[in-house]
Every structure is written in C-alpha cells, then in structure tokens.
Write a protein that binds this ligand. Sequence first.
Ligand SMILES: Cc1cc2nc3c(=O)[nH]c(=O)nc-3n(C[C@H](O)[C@H](O)[C@H](O)COP(=O)(O)OP(=O)(O)OC[C@H]3O[C@@H](n4cnc5c(N)ncnc54)[C@H](O)[C@@H]3O)c2cc1C
Length: 375
Amino acid sequence: MTAFSLDPAQTAWCEELRTLAGERLRPLAEKGEPGHVNRPLIAALGELGLLDRLLGSGALDLCLLRESLARGCTEAETALALQGLGTYPVVQAGTAAHRARWLPEVRAGRAVAAFALSEPGAGSDAAALALDARPAPDGWRLTGEKCWISNAPEADFYTVFARTTRGAGARGVTAFLVPADRPGLTGTPLDMLSPHPIGALAFDGVPVTHDDVLGEPDRGFRVAMNTLNLFRPSVGAFALGMAGAALEATVEHTATRRAFGGPLGDLQAVSHQVAEMATRTEAARLLVYAAAAAYDAGEPGVPRRAAMAKLYATETAQFVVDTAVQLHGARALRRGHLLEHLYREVRAPRIYEGASEVQRTIIAKDLYANREPSA
Ligand SMILES: Cc1cc2nc3c(=O)[nH]c(=O)nc-3n(C[C@H](O)[C@H](O)[C@H](O)COP(=O)(O)OP(=O)(O)OC[C@H]3O[C@@H](n4cnc5c(N)ncnc54)[C@H](O)[C@@H]3O)c2cc1C
C-alpha cells in the first residue's frame, strides 16, 4: 500500500469487517446494557479472531479494524479497542508468566482488560499521577484512586500506573498488572454521556509484588506512552468510522427527503455541506492512514503525525456528525436513531488519550524543536 490508498486485500478486509459489524456484532451490542461490559460481544470478537488480530497487528491494521467496526457498530469497536488498550502493556512489557496467564484469555474474548492511568488530580498531566505505591516487605501496597477508567469496575485485570518514587514526575512511575480480585481493590461505575462502560477505582493497600511489575520499576510511564503512541492514530480511525457512517446516512437522507418541491440535496446550501463533510472526512482518512503507516515503518516524526491524525479526525468527526444531525432535522434527535447514538459517541475522543489542545501542543513543540535555525 502507499500512504494514499489501500491494496485490494485491505479493502476487502474492511468490507468484511463492516459486514460483520452490522450483521453479527450489532445484534449482540443491542442486547447489552449501556454502561456495562458486554461479555457476549467480547466473546464474539474473540470467536471471530478479531482480538487475536488486534494483539498481533501494527498501527495500520489497528486503524482499519477500528474504522471498519465503527462504521457498523461503535460498541463492538470500543469493546475491541479497550481490550487492546488494557492488554498492550502486557504484550509490550509483560513477563512470560503474565503473557501465558492473560493473553490467551484476552484473545479468546474471555478476559476483560482495562488501562488505569487517569486520576482525579492527573488527567492531561498524567505524569502528576499520585496513586501511592508504598514499599512493603514483599513488594508494594497501592493506595489511592483512579477515575474515568473504561471497563472499570467490571474488568478482570487492570494495567495500573502508580507512583513508586515521589517527586520524580514521569520517572517515578511503575506499571503493574493487577488482577481484579486483589484484596483492597474496589470500584464504582460512572454514568457517562457515551454508552461504554467506565468507572472509578479505589485502592486501599492493594498488595503488588515484583512479579506484578510490567517492565521495570520507575519506568512505567514509558509503558503507558508507548501504548498511547500506538493507539493515538487509531482513535482517529474510530472517529473516521463514525464520520463515514454519518456521511453515508446524510447522502441517503438528503437524496430522498423532499422539501420545497424536490430532494433536500437539490438545495445548494445542503449539498455544499455534504461536500464539505466528505472532503474533511477524506482528508482525515489520509492523515490517519499515513500516520499509522509511518508508525509501522518506524519513520521519523511519528508523534507529530499521530497527534495531527488524532486531532484532525476527532474534530472532523464532531463536525460531520453535528452537520448530519442538522441535515436530518428532528428525526436525528430521536432516542435510538443512528445519529442520536453517534452524537453521544463522538464527543469523548476529543478529550481522551490526549485532548485536542494537548495534540496541538505536541505538534507545536515538534515544529519548534525541528526548525531550521536561521543563518
Ligand atoms: C469516555 C472516556 C473514557 C476514558 N477512558 C480512560 C481509560 O480507559 N483509562 C484512563 O486512564 N483514562 C481514561 N479516560 C480519561 C482521559 O484520559 C482524561 O479525561 C483525559 O486525559 C483528560 O483529563 P481530564 O479529563 O482530567 O481533563 P483535564 O486534564 O483537567 O483537562 C481539561 C481540559 O483542559 C484543557 N487542557 C488540558 N491540558 C491542556 C494543555 N496542556 N494545553 C491546553 N489545554 C489543556 C483541555 O481542553 C482539556 O480537555 C477516559 C475519559 C473519557 C471521557
């Protein structure tokens, strides 16, 4: 593939995924309870081999998976992505024992993973995290809170980032693999606008040992950042899937809905908005694919390109979904309408895994750091 087009096998795979999402996964998603982990849906992702593919894939495959699933079933897309986010630290930095214990379960869709970085006092400024890992004879005791953790409190294991060295910022953070049944670990669900499961975790002296460390003590922030670097373009791909679904619905609606003696699309004020939606979506797609391909090829400039892709695609999806709602009129706001669902789903990606403002900061820092000094 080039940075600008997919090869026929990739295109066919995307079509297959979209069909699976609509026909096989959507009915399971509809049976789920909003705000709770949908285990039958995750099991189906396992049976279909998609979780296996997720754990073995590079950034571009991850983007194609997320975009294609999101076209037909955002719940399936999000369930898959969260398995990746929670498990990638184990793939990347886990011991042979961690991998043997958890990866086959995740691949089969039997174990639910979560990535626990954010805290009430540390969101965008993740290096300020304060979950206290206090030394104990056999390891550490974790005390404190995590919040906004997707899949909490129903996950089976958490990749948890805790402070092992006070005052050391990003250099004093350790990543731990914490099974959900550890004593002292409790959680509360949070009721959010978007329908996916999310909650807060309370740690009351939760015991962890050296066997639970992912990577090395005090080097856990790198584990978190490596995970987020891989996932950042793919958040853009999720957004692209939503934008694509909203655009498709809008072309259909404005071609068939009649007003003032003809279809809405005959009004130039309408058709030009549809053209704008399509153009921005295509531009976002190119940025996402190119950033993911650059990641896979180990090219320079990946953080900047990934930030541009995530920023532009999530902002574009917000614009596209909002415009789609406008062009559909009242019906789009009816509970259960595709666009009502997408309107709720599309908001959070502009905030999580680095808010849009944080992406702009990454881009700007890179530009200044790499500027050619004037003679
Ligand atoms: C649906 C959802 C799912 C989530 N899932 C997870 C999860 O699974 N695991 C996890 O660890 N976390 C998760 N999060 C948390 C997410 O990562 C944080 O919300 C995010 O990092 C922002 O932190 P915050 O909400 O505390 O906002 P704050 O850090 O308080 O920032 C608030 C706002 O201030 C502005 N801002 C912040 N920093 C800057 C800056 N440097 N320059 C300019 N403006 C800035 C931005 O507008 C930002 O949105 C999730 C959040 C949501 C909404």
